[in-house]
Structures are given as structure tokens and as C-alpha cells.
Design a protein. Structure first.
Length: 507
């Protein structure tokens, strides 16, 4: 019944229509109207995910809720949408995060409210489009389109160095994806179609696959971001408004890993197998080296930004570790946990890092000069006990405490690493030690002890709207930490089919 509805088109275009309506409210004199429209649109999109989830058949690996219309006849470019298990969970995550960002912006943003809401509604639509696109050109349009609202959000509502950060963000991400476009055009010349499914299983030589692999890698590695192309992220996070940091951490970083799963692994399986060791080394460097950098940060936002790079290293490790697991065990069954762990790691990281960025933004709003420096705080738990309790839960999830969402994906990847190589597992588990070091050290200095100064003494605890955001996030962290089975059920068949396409000789 639900497949007869154009749900994916509605999910993409409803936020865009709402963004236009928000811009027509007439500026800050009607700011409350802009806030209301934005919240209603974001909530409606999230509610539309219910029939999307209920109507999804987890026993099928093919695309569902498909919509396909010829867009540009001369080049056989289609407006083609669909979701599989991986796309489904990411679309739901996008709409959940979008609602939180809009609700948080209702309290935090006082100037140019309509423009702010319109930017993030448009950004939400573009990200959903990336996860749903079945045509490579449509994918690329959404992929590049989301740079504009994020660039504007950093440049208009960011901190003092926002111009530098927004330009650096745009240049890194835009230049990285140019070679990806070249790869897509090459694949079109081989197939006569831009449909992504037609790119799978092409009889390409290892040399050709290698060139395609590197073209995709530059586009996707910048988005993750992987070391050493990660330098744009700390600046972007530091200067972005709280909502921008949440979207960056919870959604935009996941697009790079999604690109590996959707393009690199099934289109260039031999090259991925050949370079798997190289990719694992880069992932381990991100986990260990970037984790050490996070320990010495004095800015809370920068600390969480470097933490995000380290945790996303886990996700890329889970993607490329499957080749070693299959080689050692000679079966695909043992590789399921690695890829499922990578996807779950993306989701759990979105909850914990998104909540922590919201918390840092909340603290800086209350401080007289919007400081994010750890040394300017102290004893916040005395004046904001409810907020301190919530933040502790999200910090524990970031550490990977059992019972929280942050533990599940990391545990699955470490378990798989033992099947690949013992020392890979040892280095991967280092993130648990390092993340505990910098997260708990930051929490201690900011929240515990006597009240640091008169500014902290005047803090008031979180409002009902902020509590609503944190209750939703806390529920997600605890539910998926204690019962991740619903995600695994949705992913299982899709992951199995992806492995068949991505492991050479398994078709």
C-alpha cells in the first residue's frame, strides 16, 4: 500500500517547499511564524518515515519505494529514487536529526531566523536526496547542492573566523568531488546509462578499477573525513553554529562512508581488495593519531570535532576490513558483522556527537562572550544539574560504554577485527581508551568541582524545548544501545547482497 505513494519525493520536496514558505514570512518581525512552519515541516517529514519503515520489506535486497522518470532524454538521465536497507536507516536518521536541529534553532537563533530555518530545511532535503538517488547525475546534484546551505550557514551564523572556515569547507569538499564526477562520466560511457545499478558488475580491468577507486576515494575521503584530508573539519565545526555542527557530525560525515558502500566497493571490488590494507592503515591512523590530538584540545568544539574523525575511522575500518575477514575465514558470513558494525557506528556516532555539539552550543549561548574554552567553565553541574546528567549520558556513549549506542558498532567492528588480524583489533580498541581519556577529562573540568566564575553561577538549567531534544536523543542512545536488533534486521539482507557484489569471486 505504501509503495504506491511517492514517499521519497515527498520527503525531499516537503522541506524545500517549507523553506520557501519560511522565507516568505517577512523576516525577523514574523520570526515565530518561521519557527512554527519549520518545526511542523520537520515533524511531518519524520512522521512520514513511519510508513516508509513499516512498508519496507527487510527480506528484499533490491531498491524499494522506487520512483523513476526520464529527466534528460539525450543522456538518459533519470529522476530515479529508491531505498534499500542502508538508505532507509540513513533517511530516518536524517529526518530525526533535522527535527532536532530546527527545534534547537528555535531557541538559539535570534537574528535572520527565517533564513536559518530555510537553510537547514534545504540542507535536510539535499541529504535525503543523496541517500535516495539511484541515478548518478541526480546523486551528484544532491551531493553538490548540500554544500551551498552548509556554506551559507557557517558564513552567516558562524563565529569570528567563519569566512575562512566556510571557504575552506567549500573548497575541500567541492574539489574532492570533481574527480568523482569524472569517474561517473567514464562509467556512463561504458554503460550508456547513469543508473547506479548498471555500474555494478562491469568487467573492468584492475588498472581501470584502480583509477576509478582513487577518483571515488578523493571525493568520499574528504567527506568522512579521513586522514590526511581532515583539516577542514575542525575549523568548520569550531566556527559553525550549533545546528551546523550537528548536521556536519550526524549526517554529512556519513555521506563519505555511504559513498564507499554505494560506489567504491560494488563498482571497483578488485581495487578495494587490493587497497584494503592501505585503507585500514589510514583508518587506524585516524583512530589513534587523531585521538591523541583530541586529548590536547582546549576548545570543546574542536575536541568533539577531532573525536568525530577518530570515530568515523572506525566506520571506514569496518568497510575495508571485510576483505581480510573473508580471506582469513573463506566465508562471507563472518564479514556481515564488520559492515553492519560500520553502519551502526555511523548511526550511534550521530546521536552522541550531535548531542554533545548541541550541549556545547547551549553552554556558549549562556556564557557572556560565547566562549567554548574548557578553562572558562567549571562546576556547571552545580547550576545546571539536569543538563549535566544528560551530557554525562552522551559522553558515556561517545566513550563506548556498554548499554549505550556508542558501544554496539565499535564492539562489532573490534570483534570482526580479531577475525582479520590481531594487531588491527588491538589498535582499533585504542579508541576506547583514548575517547575515555579526552571525553571524561573534558567533562570533569567543565562540569565538576566548585563553580568556576560568576558567569557560570548565573547559568540557568535547560528549558522545556531543550529538554525535549535531549529526551529524544537520550531515548535513541539507550534504545539502540540495549536493543540494536531493529537496525540489524533492516540491514542484514542488504549487507549480504552488497558483500556478494564487493568481494571478488563471490558472485
Amino acid at each position: 500500500m505504501f509503495e504506491q505513494l511517492p514517499l521519497l519525493t515527498i520527503l525531499i520536496w516537503l522541506p524545500i517547499v517549507a523553506a520557501v514558505l519560511v522565507l516568505c514570512t517577512g523576516g525577523d518581525k514574523n520570526a515565530n511564524m518561521a519557527r512554527t512552519i519549520a518545526v511542523i515541516a520537520a515533524l511531518a517529514n519524520l512522521l512520514l518515515c513511519i510508513p516508509l519503515y513499516l512498508g519496507f520489506d527487510s527480506g528484499r535486497y533490491d531498491m524499494q519505494f522506487m520512483e523513476q522518470h526520464l529527466w534528460i532524454h539525450a543522456y538518459q538521465i533519470h529522476y530515479a529514487l529508491g531505498v534499500d536497507g542502508i538508505s532507509l536507516v540513513m533517511v530516518i536518521l536524517t529526518n530525526f536529526t533535522g527535527l532536532l536541529v530546527v527545534m534547537a534553532g528555535c531557541h538559539a537563533i535570534k537574528l535572520r531566523v527565517a533564513q536559518y530555518m530555510a537553510m537547514f530545511l534545504t540542507l535536510q532535503a539535499m541529504i535525503i536526496g543523496v541517500f535516495c538517488a539511484m541515478d548518478a547525475v541526480l546523486f551528484y546534484v544532491f551531493w553538490e547542492g548540500m554544500l551551498i546551505p552548509m556554506y551559507l550557514s557557517i558564513g552567516m551564523w558562524g563565529s569570528s573566523n567563519r569566512s575562512y572556515a566556510s571557504i575552506k569547507f567549500f573548497l575541500f569538499t567541492f574539489l574532492g568531488s570533481i574527480l568523482m564526477l569524472v569517474a561517473l562520466v567514464y562509467l556512463y560511457n561504458q554503460t550508456g546509462s547513469f543508473m547506479i545499478q548498471n555500474f555494478y558488475g562491469l568487467p573492468l580491468s584492475l588498472t581501470t578499477q584502480t583509477w576509478l577507486f582513487w577518483a571515488f576515494l578523493l571525493g568520499f575521503a574528504v567527506k568522512v573525513p579521513m586522514w590526511p584530508v581532515h583539516t577542514w573539519l575542525p575549523d568548520a565545526h569550531t566556527e559553525a553554529p550549533a545546528g551546523g555542527s550537528v548536521v556536519l557530525a550526524a549526517l554529512m560525515l556519513k555521506l563519505g562512508v555511504y559513498g564507499f558502500l554505494r560506489f567504491s566497493m560494488p563498482i571497483t571490488p578488485q581495487a578495494c581488495e587490493y587497497f584494503a590494507g592501505f585503507m585500514m592503515v589510514l583508518s587506524l591512523v585516524a583512530i589513534v593519531y587523531i585521538g591523541l590530538i583530541a586529548i590536547v584540545q582546549s576548545d570543546m568544539k574542536k575536541l568533539i570535532a577531532y573525536s568525530s574523525i577518530a570515530h568515523m575511522g572506525f566506520a571506514t575500518l569496518g568497510c575495508f576490513m571485510v576483505y581480510g575477514v573473508v580471506y582469513k575465514s573463506q566465508t562471507l558470513q563472518n564479514a556481515y558483522m564488520s559492515l553492519e558494525g560500520a553502519v551502526i557506528q555511523m548511526i550511534s556516532h550521530a546521536f552522541s556527537s550531535g548531542a554533545m555539539f548541541l550541549g556545547v552550543g547551549l553552554l556558549s549561548e549562556r556564557f557572556y562572550n560565547h566562549s567554548r574554552l574548557i578553562k572558562d567553565y567549571g562546576g556547571v553541574a552545580n547550576t545546571m544539574p539536569i543538563f549535566a546528567a544528560f551530557f554525562m549520558l552522551f559522553a558515556m556513549s561517545n566513550v563506548g560504554l556498554p548499554g549505550t549506542a556508542g558501544f554496539v558498532g565499535e564492539f562489532m567492528i573490534i570483534m570482526s577485527a580479531f577475525q582479520s588480524h590481531f594487531w588491527v583489533a588491538v589498535f582499533a580498541s585504542m579508541t576506547l581508551i583514548l575517547s575515555a581519556s579526552y571525553t571524561l577529562w573534558m567533562y570533569k573540568r567543565v562540569f565538576f568541582g566548585p563553580v568556576g566564575n560568576d558567569h557560570v553561577a548565573r547559568f540557568t538549567d535547560i528549558t522545556w524545548l531543550e529538554k525535549t531534544n535531549y529526551i529524544l536523543l537520550a531515548g535513541a542512545v539507550l534504545f539502540f544501545g540495549l536493543y540494536p536488533q531493529p537496525i540489524i534486521n533492516v540491514l542484514r539482507v542488504t549487507i549480504g547482497h552488497l558483500l556478494l557484489q564487493s568481494i571478488p569471486g563471490s558472485q
